[in-house]
Design a protein around this ligand. Structure first.
Ligand code: UDP
Length: 238
């Protein structure tokens, strides 16, 4: 998959269909394929935290999730969000033929997500779930390996979910690993996603700060990097 870079962070030049094809192929060929969503937050984490930079680089596919990513790099044609890619995997479950495991969020959110997806996509194969607050990681890995999923969807928020995938993907006999942040809270009905118009103009991050003031501490770095991206529009290579 071809890549470009924004402030030294890799971004795949791709689209939904191509990513879905790669997912299907990695299941057929029994190879690993890990997906990370690149948004302003990942640009910040990667530039401010050395371990996160290494963690992100270990992934195979870097979907351009944030509007600020798409707007500041002319090579990127299509925005691919983690939550929409997850929904497309579910929509295409008959073609992909995957067994899915959901890990993350509260018991209520992850179970609601499973039930909602099973009602929406009739014979989808969600083989198991686990909430994101389980203490025993070894027990979790054994559980996942016993259930034999092909796809593990991880909703722990960033950077936790990327670090978990980085540290655990080779211990788990699954093919595809993807972090989806707060997607189980959205699909499970606990949190409402920003209105389409807010998403289109690229202010979803501001909407989330207003709705969840605990995110306010992220604001100075968000503004700093949003400004750097706007000013420089620089495409660098590692
Ligand atoms: N979460 C979790 N375990 C943790 C911390 C967080 O499962 O130890 C879940 C939390 O319940 C929420 C999600 O991770 O469902 C984080 O969502 P958020 O919207 O903060 O993630 P972001 O998209 O901002 O990375």
């Amino acid at each position: 998959m071809e890549k470009t870079f924004l402030l030294n962070v890799p971004i795949s030049i791709t689209n939904y269909d191509e990513v879905l094809k790669e997912i299907k192929e990695s299941i057929i060929n029994n190879t690993k394929f890990s997906i990370v969503s690149i948004n302003l937050n990942k640009i910040i984490l990667s530039n401010e935290d050395k371990t996160m930079k290494e963690t992100i680089k270990s992934f195979d596919c870097f979907i351009p999730d944030g509007v600020s990513i798409v707007k500041n790099n002319e090579k990127i044609k299509e925005r691919i969000t983690g939550i929409d890619l997850f929904e497309k995997i579910c929509e295409n479950h008959r073609n992909i033929k995957a067994k899915i495991f959901l890990y993350g969020a509260s018991n209520e959110s992850v179970n609601n997500t499973k039930n909602i997806l099973e009602n929406k996509y009739k014979d989808i194969n969600i083989v198991g779930v686990e909430n994101g607050y389980i203490k025993d990681n070894e027990e979790l890995i054994n559980k996942i390996n016993c259930l034999k999923p092909n796809i593990v969807i991880v909703a722990l928020g960033s950077p936790k979910q990327e670090k978990w995938i980085y540290l655990n993907k080779n211990k788990i006999n699954a093919n595809v690993f993807m972090g989806v942040g707060g997607a189980f809270d959205v699909i499970g009905g606990k949190v409402r996603r920003a209105p389409v118009i807010i998403r289109k103009i690229g202010l979803e991050w501001l909407y989330r700060i207003i709705r969840e003031p605990k995110r306010m501490k992220q604001l100075p770095l968000q503004i700093k990097y949003w400004y750097i991206l706007k000013k420089k529009k620089d495409v660098k290579h590692l």
